[in-house]
Design a protein. Structure first.
Length: 1085
């Protein structure tokens, strides 16, 4: 959603409030079904209906009525009518009408009664439409162009023309992706030997399998080239390797230098590798197979078909940008094109729905008009468990005569080819991209026509020669068949599509907001760093894609490398991360027509800088722009204060959250793009007050269910493959078994879903998943001491964190106590009693281990004869946040943390997990001025330090040497802006009850916040006026509110109309506040 949308939404809310206050009874508004407005293609059998009650009024009762059409409904013909129902509920009211079937459409409206029994007018009519609810509803087949990925070459001659510049470089052949690299390969290393002579070291890589990350690389033989290394560097050389069967013949400059027999490697791709950035220049690379088409490149006209490296005037500079990474010819087919032509008569169409699912991502059009803004709109899942489909209304896209359905398929996470740390290239669902689509046309006379995917579709290779969610895309515009998406097209070489089993997962309706471009931005500057190489600066780190507009000569290739950082010489700092490839690199070969416009469609990137090479002239101002891409969630929150630094931190927080929101919360959009669960839970509070996260979280929590092992274990990234993050799988051993701070995301995010949006169905939906996780974790964290010191504890702070167990056991307690509460909510009394008792035992054991009754704080016991361990902010905040502290000691703990912050010149040492809670907790215990000093620091570690260094998002760690400059967990500070400074808090699920508890630091003169809840806008704005504070609040209809005034508990001489004094609590005078606007004026104490 753009900022303009946000502003207009705010004006709309103010208009509604003004109408109510003028004395009229408004009608309910903002009708939604499972959080969506007039959705189509849903698959919830009992949809949940929500509305916004009339502003400024209480809601004493409601009436819902549902019909099959608007005409029937308004005529009083209903299929379900609640009658007048005494309730203040306005969020997630469950539809209890007749069972819903596939494709059925329902319309509905609501009216309410206020506290005085006055009825509102009926709302406008809203609707929903069911999708395809069962496998039998899908009558078409999964189709694809290619049955399997290319496996590379077996019997072939590899030729490399090169000039050695550094010490040595490697040539890979018969290389296949095993382990986390091309772990099975022959490696011919040519260059300088240990004695200064020129040698060729023939080696073989073998991946041992199991849980090991590394490969074994052994020498087959070393060949003396009969010259010095300096002689080898003097001129250009040609090395050829002829491998047929197990016979390998090697020639240098036409001279045979070795013949050997080795049959350990059978087939694979060809590539290059160097540990140094400028080891060699590769002038030409060629592969001549015994059978099949030859392959060759001389890197002319700016083209580089390999998976990395930069071009110089004489060829590929090895390994510019990605030293130590394999640079290979990708093992992938071009993105396939599929099309189907069909005829329609002139009969009037009542409706047309297109249901689309893909293994990968489908860029689909109807008569050359896109059905969505981006193929990746639904996000991705574990395709072996669940495949999301989308439903489109394409009624207006059809025409009499010939019609064409056309799709280009991208790989996404379904067909990853690059070896990577997380084994997505080996996922059990891994396959070539596939499509399943079903177009259902209903005519006015009731007839139906259905067009489905099958063998009657035709397919061809497309212009996208390679696409990778990590590495980027390579596109040759000369290969795009003109008009292939439109009627009248006659193409050559198109063949029938293959029917395939497709992904094994069950088809499920996509319910989250689509991932799509939401804003277009222009660069703020560009610099030519060396002849022909330009770096564009977009002014801030964003997530999205570049948009290229340029007139280039036919066959010339422009290369765009997208990065977060620059090198000292101004060049883009190319990244590879934990993927065996160069990341975020886009190559476009011009067709030679007029100005060509291109934007990649099957990947997104995190970047600020774009390095452009290969142009035949200097770029102009309009050559490059960027589209920001993320899940298009509604913006529901806004915060502003009198301190510009806080406002900048708030914007950076939102940037970081949105940059990582793509159907889940990723860790970094430029490197991993993984759904690290701990990162997601650490920032969930901030996400939930800034954006409507309900639908994205619901989708992601379903991914948690899919990811859970039979044992109950969860991986640390979701979605995941079964080969990573589980016990005894390849990967980091410290995440084997439970990792409570990460695993707790299953509880924390679902709890936030209830807290912020009133969606209590998730409690029942996830109960068994949560129970299995707790029971699994309980096999590791056991009575009597409940100690668990393995794995990860607090994260990303500067420490000390205290023992790993201090974090893990605290989160285990939090999981168990939350499960007990959920069991009680669901009426599972035996479970509730069991887990309540377990939580009490964990708390008691924790306090026995770490509580120091003399100092009234949590400490790490000293080892006998050793020094006293330092105070840990982490170790004190977590038990305080989770309710583990001994009775009456909470204030002492908060005081101890505040004193430690003050002693450290207000520097945080805690990591991201306690940070989520710490700022608001300390504020509530009377330390708002300390917290303010923490947040407004500008020295490292601090948010202000990042901003002072021209970084407008969040880093992975506090230092500028952080691997990623586009993380989001430190965005939790934004939660304090709303809950601490503006003081807006949900008092019960979905803000049915609201608490306004603002805190006023001495150094701040005003602050305001607003949150658009399901019931309407909650607003809190305070300003200091001399010795007084003026607090303006707005409470939506059907909402109860308490306002906590930090005035030492003194009652007001005159309370706002409709408000009444309730009590004194924690030094605050607490008042009720009715729906509508109210102003409280008081003296700050």
């Amino acid at each position: 959603m753009s900022m303009l949308k946000l502003v207009l939404a705010g004006f709309a809310c103010l208009a509604v409030a003004g109408t109510a206050q003028a004395g009229t009874i408004d009608r309910p508004s903002a009708l939604a079904v499972d959080g969506a407005v007039n959705p189509i293609g849903i698959d919830a059998s009992r949809p949940r209906l929500s509305w916004r009650p009339p502003a400024g009024r209480t809601q004493g009762a409601y009436q819902l009525r549902v019909g099959v059409s608007e005409q029937a409904l308004l005529a009083g013909q209903v299929v379900w009518d609640t009658g007048r129902t005494t309730s203040s509920d306005a969020v997630a009211v469950v539809y209890q009408g007749p069972v819903l079937s596939s494709r059925e459409r329902r319309v509905w409206q609501v009216r309410t009664w206020d506290g005085r029994g006055r009825a509102s007018p009926w709302s406008d009519v809203a609707s929903w439409e069911m999708g395809l609810l069962g496998p039998s509803d899908w009558t078409g087949a999964w189709i694809q162009r290619n049955a399997e990925a290319p496996k590379g070459w077996s019997d072939a001659t590899v030729s490399v023309d090169f000039t050695l510049k550094g010490r040595q470089f490697d040539i890979l052949f018969r290389a296949s992706p095993e382990g986390k690299t091309y772990g099975e390969a022959y490696v011919w290393r040519i260059g300088e030997g240990d004695g200064g002579g020129a040698v060729l070291n023939a080696q073989v890589r073998r991946y041992p399998g199991g849980t090991r990350a590394s490969v074994n690389q052994t020498t087959l033989r070393t060949i003396d080239l009969g010259m010095t290394a300096d002689d080898l560097r003097q001129r250009r050389h040609s090395l050829s390797i002829e491998a047929v069967g197990d016979r390998i013949l090697t020639r240098l400059d036409g001279r045979t230098i070795d013949e050997m027999h080795d049959g350990s490697q059978k087939q694979g791709t060809v590539g290059l590798l160097s540990a140094a950035p400028d080891a060699a220049v590769i002038h030409r690379l060629a592969v001549a197979p015994v059978d099949g088409e030859p392959w060759a490149t001389d890197f002319a006209d700016g083209d580089n078909p390999l998976s990395g490296g930069s071009l110089g005037p004489d060829g590929l500079i090895l390994a510019s940008g990605v030293p130590t990474k394999d640079i290979v010819i990708p093992l992938s087919h071009p993105a396939p094109l599929l099309r189907r032509s069909f005829q329609l008569g002139a009969d009037q169409i009542a409706s047309a729905r297109l249901y689309v699912a893909a293994g990968g991502w489908a860029d689909l059009t109807v008569n050359n008009r896109a059905v969505s803004e981006l193929p990746m709109a639904p996000g991705w899942t574990d395709y072996g468990k669940r495949v999301l489909y989308q439903t489109y209304d394409v009624t207006s896209l059809l025409q009499a005569g010939e019609n064409v359905l056309a799709a280009e398929l991208g790989r996404g996470w379904y067909g990853v080819t690059e070896p990577n740390e997380w084994y997505f290239h080996k996922a059990p669902w891994h396959a070539e991209p596939s499509l399943r689509a079903q177009l259902e046309i209903v005519f006015v006379d009731g007839r139906r026509q259905v067009v489905t995917t099958g063998r009657d579709w035709v397919t061809a290779d497309g212009p996208t020669l390679h696409d990778s969610i990590y590495a980027g895309e390579r596109y040759d515009a000369r290969r795009a068949p003109a008009g292939w998406r439109s009627s009248g097209f006659v193409g050559e070489g198109w063949t029938p599509a293959l029917e395939t089993a497709g992904p094994a997962g069950a088809l499920a309706a996509s319910s989250a907001e689509p991932i799509r471009p939401v804003e277009t931005v222009s660069p703020v500057g560009r610099v030519e760093i060396r002849p022909g190489v330009w770096v564009f600066d977009f002014g801030r780190i964003l997530t999205g894609r570049p948009v290229l507009r340029w007139k280039g000569a036919a066959g010339r290739t422009a290369t765009l490398v997208l990065t977060e950082k620059k090198n000292a010489d101004g060049s883009a700092q190319t990244t590879s991360g934990l993927i065996d490839a160069q990341l975020q690199t886009y190559r476009y070969t011009f067709a030679g027509r007029d100005v060509e416009t291109w934007a990649p469609r099957f990947s997104y990137a995190g970047f600020r800088y774009v390095q452009v090479e290969g142009l035949d002239r200097a770029p102009d101002e309009g050559m490059l722009s960027a589209e920001i891409i993320h899940s298009d969630v509604p913006f529901i929150g806004a915060f502003e204060s009198g301190e510009p630094l806080l406002n900048r931190i708030q914007q950076a927080s939102r940037n970081a959250l949105l940059n990582n929101m793509h159907g889940l919360m990723s860790d970094t959009p430029s490197l991993e793009k993984n759904g690290w669960t701990g990162d997601g839970q650490a920032s969930a509070g901030a996400a939930g007050v800034n954006f409507d996260m309900a639908r994205v979280w619901t989708k992601w929590l379903a991914d948690f269910r899919d990811a859970q092992a039979v044992s109950g274990e969860l991986p640390e990234i979701v979605p995941s493959t079964p080969y990573y993050g589980f016990d005894q799988t390849p990967g980091w051993s410290y995440i084997w078994g439970p990792t409570p701070a990460w695993d707790a995301a299953l509880f924390v995010i679902s709890d936030d879903l209830v807290r912020y949006y009133g969606d209590e169905r998730v409690v029942a939906d996830l109960y068994e998943v949560q129970k299995r996780l707790v029971d699994y974790t309980s096999t590791f964290i056991k009575s009597p001491d409940f100690t668990y010191s393995r794995g990860l504890g607090d994260y990303a702070g500067i420490g000390p964190f205290g023992p790993t167990d201090a974090t893990s056991s605290a989160y285990y307690f939090h999981m168990v106590s939350t499960l007990a509460r959920n069991a009680a909510r669901l009426g599972r009394t035996e479970d509730a009693a069991h887990y309540q008792a377990l939580a009490a035992d964990v708390r008691d054991a924790y306090n026995r281990k770490y509580w120091d009754a003399q100092t009234h704080r949590y400490v790490t016991p000293a080892v006998a004869g050793g020094p006293t361990p330092p105070f840990s902010q982490t170790q004190n905040i977590l038990p305080l946040a989770f309710g583990m502290a001994p009775s009456g000691e909470a204030q002492n703990i908060a005081d101890a943390v505040a004193a430690d912050l003050e002693a450290r010149d207000y520097a945080l040492t805690m990591g991201v997990y306690p940070l989520r809670h710490a700022l608001t907790l300390l504020t509530d215990y009377g330390h708002v001025d300390t917290v303010y000093r923490v947040v407004t620091r500008t020295d490292q570690p601090s948010w202000g330090f990042w901003l002072a260094n021209d970084i407008s998002t969040m880093l992975e760690g506090w230092g500028l040497n952080s691997r990623s400059w586009n993380h989001h967990y430190f965005a939790s500070v934004s939660d304090w802006f709303y809950k601490g400074l503006a003081g807006i808090r949900p008092g019960s699920p979905g803000y049915a009850d609201v608490v306004i508890r603002p805190a006023m630091p001495q150094a701040l003169d005003h602050a305001s916040g607003r949150i658009e809840t399901r019931r309407g806008e909650v607003r809190s704005a305070w300003r200091k006026a001399g010795d007084a504070v003026v607090l303006d609040v707005t409470i939506p209809g059907a909402t109860r509110a308490e306002v906590w005034l930090p005035n030492g508990g003194e009652r007001l001489k005159r309370a706002p109309r409709g408000s009444r004094f309730l009590r004194v609590e924690q030094g605050h005078a607490v008042y009720s506040a009715p729906p509508g606007a109210a102003t409280f004026t008081f003296a700050l104490k």
